[in-house]
Design a protein around this ligand. Structure first.
Ligand code: UD1
Length: 417
């Protein structure tokens, strides 16, 4: 087990490079299956979740060759269509491999992803989209077998704009006969990145970023090089760290367009923010003002920033109300923040945070990826030493986090227990 030991109270100052996006990398790595060839990816973050995706590809017959920031993926010899259960249970987003296998080979077998640390993660919308595309689905002893002779373009109307289900529908219909039209599609920037990647490969997709996406099936795709977009949640996390500590931070390789809702809220708290095409600079105020947030599908406030923002608001002036509309169980971390002196009351979807003067260092446990990040944000500003246990959760999504934090002047050490 790994833990971080953070000596709080240091000013957060400096410049860092934002890594490539986790949530864009995962579907793009899956999409390399469609090509049955060689894909070169740049800017894939070296984190647990991308490693798991590579493990799955290897089990299916793919080859991965890593050279620093460049990853060469060879999917020309995929011979397996079963996503191993142990890998499926370790990373729920591995369900995205199914769409790519179906798109290319018309078959895929996988297991239910099951419940998780932030609430149930059903896949009914993914399966409904597959069924709409004419794919047969049979469920046996927890295994889901999907198969068909061919995929024919269809209309898919999502009752909720699920990110993963939209990506799976795109992957399954890229090589279909005819055109697929997705309505009420998720509009996240990561879906635009997937569209850009697939179009570079030769797919004919338009509309990503809006709620209507059209995919005209093509016969074949080609080998490409592609640069993954920056991670907007990592960028938001660093901004909150600086904001909470009256710090001054410059983020490079960051796209401010992707986090407008987060930047707007940070400005409401009193932060001064300057942006240019690939850069965001934030100067935190002496004391943050409380703000209310409610999470919504993109372009609304991202659920993945909810816990991190909440941690930041624990020492703001006044009371903040947070409403979590996307996941059912995303407030576990609040119990840990309370151990550090925060005043938070959770009721159903809402959390009320009464700002306190300061937080105090304590031994706390990460309960999930973003909840863990929230504890690190809190520990950086707390008085005294904070130990964050179970940081394996955090390492699923943040690349070289302790190294990056050290360059910002933060006193942080990782240790094995
Ligand atoms: C993706 C992101 C995750 C982010 C989330 C919401 C990746 C790898 N992960 O997750 O970081 O928090 O978007 O922005 O990109 N739902 C159903 N049935 C389904 C699918 C989803 O009911 O078949 C529900 C979920 O339970 C949840 C909501 O829809 O309540 C949003 O889920 P979804 O947009 O699918 O999130 P993910 O793609 O899993």
């Amino acid at each position: 087990m790994l833990e971080y030991i953070i000596k709080g109270g240091k000013k957060v100052e400096g410049c860092i490079q934002v890594s490539g996006s986790k949530n864009a990398s995962l579907p793009i790595i899956a999409a390399t299956i469609l090509n049955q060839g060689i894909t070169t990816l740049y800017n894939v973050p070296n984190i647990h979740d991308t490693q798991m995706m590579f493990e799955i590809l290897k089990k299916l017959g793919g080859k991965i060759n890593k050279k620093a920031n460049k990853i060469i993926i060879d999917t020309s010899k995929i011979t397996e269509y079963v996503i191993p259960e142990e890998l499926m249970s370790q990373m729920r987003s591995s369900v995205i491999i199914a769409g790519a296998l179906l798109g290319k080979y018309k078959r895929a077998t996988f297991s239910y992803p099951g419940g998780c640390d932030i609430g149930p993660r059903p896949i009914d919308l993914h399966l409904k989209a597959f069924e709409k595309l004419g794919i047969n689905i049979s469920k046996n002893y927890g295994k889901i077998e999907c198969f068909c002779d061919k995929i024919i373009g269809e209309k898919i109307d999502f009752e909720f704009p699920s990110v993963g289900a939209t990506e799976n529908a795109i992957l399954a219909s890229c090589l279909a006969e005819g055109t697929t039209v997705i309505t009420n599609a998720a509009r996240e920037p990561e879906i635009i990145d997937l569209q850009n990647f697939l179009n570079k490969m030769g797919a004919k997709i338009q509309g990503a970023g809006s709620s209507k996406i059209e995919i005209e099936g093509v016969k074949k795709l080609k080998d490409v090089n592609y640069n993954i977009m920056p991670d907007r949640i990592e960028a938001g996390t660093f901004l909150c760290m600086a904001a909470m500590n009256s710090g001054n931070i410059i983020l490079e390789n960051a796209n401010p367009e992707h986090i407008i809702s987060v930047i707007d809220k940070l400005e409401e708290t009193g932060c001064k923010i300057k942006t240019s095409k690939n850069q965001i600079e934030l100067q935190g105020p002496k004391k943050l003002k409380a703000v209310d947030i409610k999470t919504m599908p993109y372009p609304g406030f991202p659920t993945d920033m909810q816990s991190i923002f909440a941690a930041m608001l624990t020492t703001a002036k006044g009371s903040s109300i947070i409403v979590e509309n996307i996941f059912e169980n995303r407030y576990k971390y609040t119990q840990e923040l309370i151990r550090m002196g925060a005043k938070i009351t959770v009721e159903g979807k809402s959390a009320i945070i009464k700002g306190v003067r300061r937080l105090y260092g304590a031994k706390v446990k990460a309960t999930d990826l973003r909840g863990g990040a929230a504890l690190i944000v809190a520990g950086i500003s707390a008085k005294g030493t904070t130990t964050v246990e179970n940081i394996e959760y955090v390492l699923r999504g943040y690349e070289k986090l302790d190294e990056k934090l050290k360059t910002l002047g933060i006193d942080i050490k990782m240790q094995k227990i």
